[in-house]
Design a protein around this ligand. Structure first.
Ligand SMILES: Nc1nc2c(c(=O)[nH]1)N[C@H]1C(S)=C(S)[C@@H](COP(=O)(O)O)O[C@H]1N2
Ligand SMILES: [Mo]
Length: 506
């Protein structure tokens, strides 16, 4: 990894903040790590840093030596955060970057205090003060000029920061996946779009329902939800990346990326969801994953799943997720995946390789930027989110979601579909029912294009009459269990309750 792909002082401090407080601040739960929250956190850090700088200025009475000590203390904090960051590229850049920032801070302070307008001591009115007063050795700017000077300093600083960012982006790390993918040994069928059936009799359709607003069967990579604690997407180089399988194994081994690609692979369509997905939420997606079956790697290493009861996927960024080793042996889809929907894994989704395990929430299974698979015991290790208040085991709860009618919409009276998706990965969906205004539960048409690891699209026609209506849905999985109507929030092991939508029909 080139140093330029390492953390900045701001992302490094942000990472420390996340790791320290992700469990204690409820607002920083798993679900809050979408891109917007990350941006908010980083902006917050910058704003707070500026505020502390201003406070320092006031507290030290603007004496530059004292202020320099304060700035230096800050620089040490930044350097330590950067140097110990999981993606750290070592101490030299951490120290250099922060020393530079401290020097720039002190320099701009000195320049600005030199230029700052000072009320003339002896003269009651500035206008009457002689232009060449003895005490006016430094150039005195008026307020307007001073404001311009401050603005200029800010602009120059921002320009330098932006320059630094561009240098970092220009790093040329061979991270953008260009490699061609090997053909999978076996694959699941690729669905094609077709017109929606208009009656429930069309149950068992083999093409995706084409209903506006209904989730596509396969979620495009660009629309696939992203959840992780990484304030900076790790950019790994396939030339130096390796995957190690070790811990309680007979023969630990390490693979290069090329060696991983050379192993027999499969292509499987699996629905992935986050434990923080609310009822009717959108932290879920369905993709075609290509990779090497986990069990192949475990057999090569020599694993006794009765002894090594936990499998932990470690990421390069210190994140780790653990699940029962038995899950890799019980026949479910469990892959070290390197491709998503026919393309190399996007950087945000774990390039060059990640785990995908059907039926388990991402926080206990789906380690992105995977570098190590460790076999240990169930008791010996807790994954990232476990000490932060989330359940150690994370089976996905059987759930339906209403996509159509869309949230907060008025609709016209007349025939209109009610449609959505339902999932019980590794178990399969048996049936989905819909109920309008707390009346009869009506069985929906299901689209059987996927497999038991994928969500199914469901729909039922509805003759909407004017008024305010409540629509509810519920899914039953192949064990015969219907999802519970007990409302639970996402923590500690996933939301539950029937998805509900209120619509106003004109
Ligand atoms: N390295 C790493 N992998 C991770 C996470 C993370 O924070 N870091 N989050 C997990 C969680 S909570 C989820 S829900 C899935 C989401 O995968 P996606 O972003 O590809 O949708 O990634 C999992 N893998
Ligand atoms: Mo998650």
């Amino acid at each position: 990894m080139a140093w330029s792909s390492g953390p900045t002082p701001v992302t490094a401090i942000g990472t420390d903040f996340v790791d320290r407080f992700a469990g204690s601040l409820k607002t920083l739960a798993v679900d809050l790590f979408g891109s917007n929250d990350k941006r908010a956190l980083l902006i917050g850090i910058v704003v707070i840093a500026i505020a502390i700088g201003a406070l320092l200025g006031v507290a030290t009475g603007a004496r530059w030596k004292r202020l320099a000590i304060g700035f230096a203390a800050f620089g040490v904090l930044g350097a330590v955060a950067m140097g110990t960051h999981p993606l750290s590229t070592g101490w030299p850049p951490a120290i250099a970057v922060n020393a530079l920032a401290v020097a720039a801070g002190i320099a701009s302070f000195i320049v600005l205090t030199r230029l700052s307008p000072r009320p003339a001591r002896s003269a009651p009115s500035r206008a009457n003060a002689p232009a060449t007063s003895a005490c006016e050795a430094r150039p005195a700017l008026n307020r307007r000029q001073f404001a311009v000077a401050v603005g200029g300093t800010v602009a120059v600083t921002a320009g330098i920061a932006q320059f630094g960012r561009n240098v970092r982006r220009f790093d040329g790390v061979a991270a953008r996946p260009t490699s061609s993918l090997p053909p999978p040994a076996s694959t699941t069928l690729a669905p094609t779009a077709a017109a929606a059936p208009t009656t429930a009799a069309a149950s068992g359709a083999t093409a995706t329902f084409d209903i506006p607003g209904l989730s596509a069967f396969v979620t495009p990579n660009s629309e696939f939800f992203r959840i992780d604690t990484a304030l900076q997407v790790p950019r790994l180089d396939t030339d130096s990346w390796t995957l190690t399988v070790d811990g309680m194994v007979d023969a630990p081994f390490t693979l290069t990326f090329d060696e991983l690609l050379a192993l027999p692979s499969v292509e499987r369509t699996v629905t992935l969801t986050c434990v923080s997905n609310e009822v009717n939420g959108d932290l879920i997606g369905n993709a075609v994953w290509q990779g090497v079956p986990l069990v192949d790697l475990l057999e090569r290493a020599g694993v006794d799943p009765d002894i090594a009861t936990q499998l932990v996927g470690h990421s390069v960024d210190r994140f780790a997720a653990g699940f029962p080793t038995a899950a890799a042996y019980d026949g479910r889809t469990a892959l070290v995946a390197y491709a998503m929907n026919g393309a190399p894994l996007p950087l945000e989704h774990g390039f060059p390789a990640r785990l995908v395990v059907a039926g388990l929430y991402g926080y206990v299974s789906a380690t992105k930027w995977l570098e190590r698979i460790e076999l240990t015991t169930w008791e010996a290790f807790d994954g990232y989110w476990v000490p932060r208040g989330w359940s150690k085991e994370g089976p996905i709860k059987t759930m339906a979601r209403i996509d159509v009618p869309r949230r907060d919409t008025d609709i016209d009276a007349g025939p209109t579909p009610i449609a959505g998706v339902a999932w019980a990965p590794n178990i399969g969906i048996e049936r989905v029912e819909v109920q309008v205004d707390f009346g009869e539960w009506v069985e929906c048409a299901l689209n059987r294009i996927g497999n038991d690891d994928t969500w199914v699209q469901w729909m039922t026609p509805w003759d909407a009459v004017p008024g305010d209506h409540t629509i509810r849905a519920r899914a039953t999985d192949r064990t015969g269990a219907t999802q519970t109507d007990q409302i639970a929030s996402v923590a500690p092991n996933g939301a539950s309750g029937y998805p509900t939508r209120r619509v106003w029909v004109r």
